[in-house]
Design a binder for this molecule. Structure first.
Ligand code: MN
Length: 261
């Protein structure tokens, strides 16, 4: 199977590299990712200017790597429509440095990239680690590999769209895996005021994930030291959560510990 890897932090970032290293062990990987930081760009696509693409130094040896002067969504659309000749079977986006939780998935370029794959009938996985500059990217990368194998094992009836968040903890301290829903909260809801002499300006402020008291949510799970796996829909119609078949969460942590040995 061929996996498209992308992100919103930019093509030459530790999170993407860690992910590719791990996925390369189990599949063919191609990287098509933004040439620069595109975090919080959401689902934006570029329609009013040309998209420049460069083939660049492989992020991991022997992995075809393309750098796109565009958004994460642009990258996936380009990869699936034109850039990559072989059939792509799955889209994996990340590892984002910083959690993508609750209502903020609408802002996330990481999640948006996965969404473009899901729209086109593919399994799609967005994966983020709680903290920027995390020491535990390998844990998230190992988890991504296990989830890719699980998705590929055809126990999932339709194509799945999973938003995965990993707490910034050593693997031994991670308490388990929770299948969650999105918390109804955003972490970008305040602005800081400044004045540079030319006049007043504002900075939107992103704060750390709040604690949640609702133990069904992604924010709660991360706050309690659990890996959060949220199955998402791609339409905005109010319906029940998509089913995760089987015992995905019950033994996933155990398998991850074996995998990382
Ligand atoms: Mn990002």
């Amino acid at each position: 199977m061929k996996i498209l890897v992308t992100n919103d932090d930019g093509v030459f970032t530790d999170g993407l590299q860690a992910l590719v290293k791990e996925l390369k062990k189990i599949a063919h990987v191609v990287v098509v990712a933004p040439d620069r930081e595109q975090s919080a760009i959401g689902t934006a696509v570029t329609l009013h200017q040309p998209l420049r693409v460069r083939r660049v130094r492989p992020v991991v040896p022997e992995v075809d790597t393309y750098s796109v002067e565009g958004t994460p969504s642009d990258c996936v659309i380009l990869a699936l429509s034109t850039l990559v000749e072989d059939k792509i079977g799955m889209v994996v986006s990340g590892i984002n440095q910083g959690a993508n939780l609750g209502d903020d998935v609408f802002i996330s370029g990481t999640v948006a990239a996965a969404l473009q794959g899901y729209f086109r009938g593919l399994h799609a996985l967005a994966i983020s680690i709680e903290a920027a500059g995390s020491h535990y990217l390998d844990t998230a990368a190992g988890l991504a590999a296990l989830l890719v194998k699980w998705l590929d094992s055809s126990v999932v009836p339709n194509n799945a769209f999973l938003n995965v968040n990993v707490p910034d903890l050593p693997l031994a301290e991670i308490r388990g895996v929770k299948i969650t829903r999105l918390a109804s909260q955003t972490h970008i809801d305040t602005a800081r005021e400044g004045n540079d002499g030319k006049g007043k300006y504002y900075w939107l402020v992103r704060h750390r994930a709040d604690k949640s008291t609702d133990n069904q949510t992604d924010v709660w799970a991360i706050g309690q030291g659990y890996i959060s796996v949220t199955p998402l829909h791609a339409d905005l119609f109010n319906r029940s959560a998509p089913a995760i078949p089987g015992n995905l969460s019950s033994d996933l942590l155990q398998r991850l510990r074996q995998h990382q040995r």
